[in-house]
Structures are given as C-alpha cells and as structure tokens.
Design a binder for this molecule. Structure first.
Ligand code: NAD
Length: 290
C-alpha cells in the first residue's frame, strides 16, 4: 500500500519504519532534517499525501495539525484515508475530520499509548474515532504499528479516550507519590508500603507497573534517575488538554485541575522539565506541609 507519513519525530520515525518493514511503500515528510529507515523523504506534506492511499500524521499539537490539514486535504485523493495519531484537543480533531469529510477523505483520529518504546516495538495501543468504514480501512495498519486498537466512537472519540485515560494517570501518579512521601514521614519502609498497597485497594498502574520509588517494584524510570519514560512536560500537555475539554464540555474535574496545576508548577517553576512524570516523588519528599 502507498502510505504518506507526516511528522517523523520520536514517535513517527519508528512507526513509519515499522510500516516500511512490513512491505508498505512509505513516503515521508518532516519540517526538521530527519533520516528514517526504509522511508523515501519528500519536500512537503502535500507531496507526501498526493498519491497516497493512506496518510498518517504524528504531530506536536492541534494548531500544527490544523495547518497541516489545510495543506494535505486538498492534495489527497477522494476515498483516501487519513489517520491522525497525534495527541491534540478534541475540538481540533473534530474540525479537521469535518474538513476531510467535506473533501471525500475518510478521517480517523487515533492517538496512541505506549510511548517511544511501544512505537519502536510495534506494540502501541490506538484509541480511534471515526466512521466504521474509516476504522476498518485503518485497522490493518494499526495491527502493524500496535498490539491493540479500540474503535471508541465517532470523530474526536479517540482523543476523548486518550485525555480521560491520561487525566486518571496524572492524578493517580500524584496520589501514589504523595502517599509514599507521607509513608516516609511516618517511618514506613518503602518496600513494605509497596508490598501492602500493590496487593490492596490502593493498587494502581502507577504503583504496580511504574512504581515511582527507586529500587521498589518492577524496573521503572525511578530506577534510572527519573529519565523519561514519559516526560513531566508531556503529562502536563495531556492534562491541559483534559482541562480544555472539561471547559468546553462543562465537566467538573477538580482533581484533574489540581493535577494540572501541580505538573505546571513542577515543569515551569521547579526542576521537573526533562524528568519523568514519576519524579513527583522526590518533589514531595523534599517538601513539608506549607
Ligand atoms: P516530536 O516533537 O518528537 O515529533 C513531532 C515531529 O513533527 C517533529 O519531528 C517536527 O519536526 C514535526 N513537525 C512539526 N510541524 C510539522 C509540519 N508542519 N510538517 C511536518 N512535520 C512537522 O514528538 P513525538 O514525541 O513524536 O510526539 C508526537 C505526538 O505523539 C504528540 O502529539 C505527542 O503528544 C504524542 N505522544 C507522544 C508520546 C511520547 O512518549 N513521545 C506518547 C504518546 C503520544
């Protein structure tokens, strides 16, 4: 199949390579100077999209996505499929899907979970929004780039699922970190804390699979000096998207709001930039009550 791939950064680069390795004819474009194994690079997004049966985008944010949409949709063939894997605001996802539909292009918003490791290993999870027809055409490519794809509903539903999941993740990580910091102050051994909570009602993915305490639980970024993993600034981006969506849909999300404010402070006013999002634990450790 002829595939155009636009946005060949940390995630897009290995995803495009996996498609090429599976035998697809992949043409790519990125604004930055990149090299991508198995992919033929061209000089613009429109060029990459022009005669592709499927176009995939993996871009930083909704503003850039809207600009790229303006460029590629007029260049695409009617009946072609556009899969946007970027994490963006729900409103942008819906706006570009409408624009695509008006041009006869089948659009799917399909943000991912699984990070750079999952992109390289081809084990991402896709959360997809769009018509049944669009999802069915995208599904074989999801199978190459990932291990699971869930059709969540119509356009924007993939982004909605992604930000709801990551709002839970951000809130849970903070809860896990503050509980460890409290346990420290109460003189409770971290390993004992893990042994109890990981098998009790306080268990969670952040405790059991991604424990923020070094040397405790399975290997995680905490065991590698909090190198990401999933960077605190990316968590902040997703939490902000959750609050933007909560604003525009009039949803009450007090814990999401607090988590956003804490990650904002951590990334912008403290030393969180460039650290894994689980580095909230040393942050809480250093602090007292006031
Ligand atoms: P990245 O910054 O490494 O890659 C984005 C790429 O888009 C860059 O190479 C940039 O040059 C390119 N780009 C920007 N504007 C462009 C344009 N107009 N035309 C063509 N290319 C353009 O980011 P990433 O880590 O690959 O993340 C991409 C998306 O995936 C983001 O929306 C992010 O939130 C999401 N995501 C990332 C992770 C992760 O762990 N990195 C995990 C899940 C989801």
């Amino acid at each position: 199949m002829k595939i155009g791939f636009i946005g060949l950064g940390n995630m897009g680069n290995p995803m495009a390579t996996n498609l090429a390795k599976a035998g697809h004819d992949v043409t790519g474009f990125d604004m930055a100077d990149v090299a991508v194994e198995g992919v033929t690079l061209v000089g613009s997004g429109a060029e990459a999209a022009a005669d592709a049966e499927v176009v995939i985008t993996m871009l930083p944010n909704g503003k850039i996505l809207r600009a790229v949409a303006d460029e590629i949709i007029p260049a695409m063939q009617p009946g072609a499929v556009w899969i946007d894997c970027s994490t963006v605001d729900v409103d942008s996802a819906r706006a570009v899907a409408d624009q695509a539909q008006n041009a006869g292009v089948l659009a799917v918003d399909a943000p991912v979970s699984g990070g750079i490791g999952g992109a390289a290993a081809g084990t991402l999870t896709f959360m997809a929004g769009g018509s049944e027809e669009a999802f069915a055409k995208a599904a074989p490519l999801f199978d190459i780039m990932g291990q699971k794809a869930v059709h969540c509903g119509k356009s924007g539903a993939g982004q909605a699922a992604k930000i709801c999941n990551n709002m839970i993740l951000g809130v849970t990580m903070i809860a896990t970190c503050e509980a460890f910091a409290l346990a420290d102050k109460l003189g409770l051994d971290r390993q004992k804390m893990f042994d109890v909570v990981s098998t009790s009602s306080g268990y969670s993915w952040t405790m059991n699979a991604y424990c923020p305490a070094p040397g405790v639980g399975p290997q995680s970024p905490a065991d590698n000096d909090y190198k990401p993993g999933f960077a605190a600034e990316l968590m902040l981006k997703d939490l902000r998207l959750s609050q933007q969506a909560a604003e525009s849909s009039n949803a009450d999300t007090p814990l999401g709001q607090t988590a956003t404010a804490l990650y904002e402070q951590f990334v912008e006013a403290e030393d969180g930039l460039g650290k894994d999002f689980s580095a909230m634990l040393p942050r809480f450790e250093k602090r007292g009550r006031s």
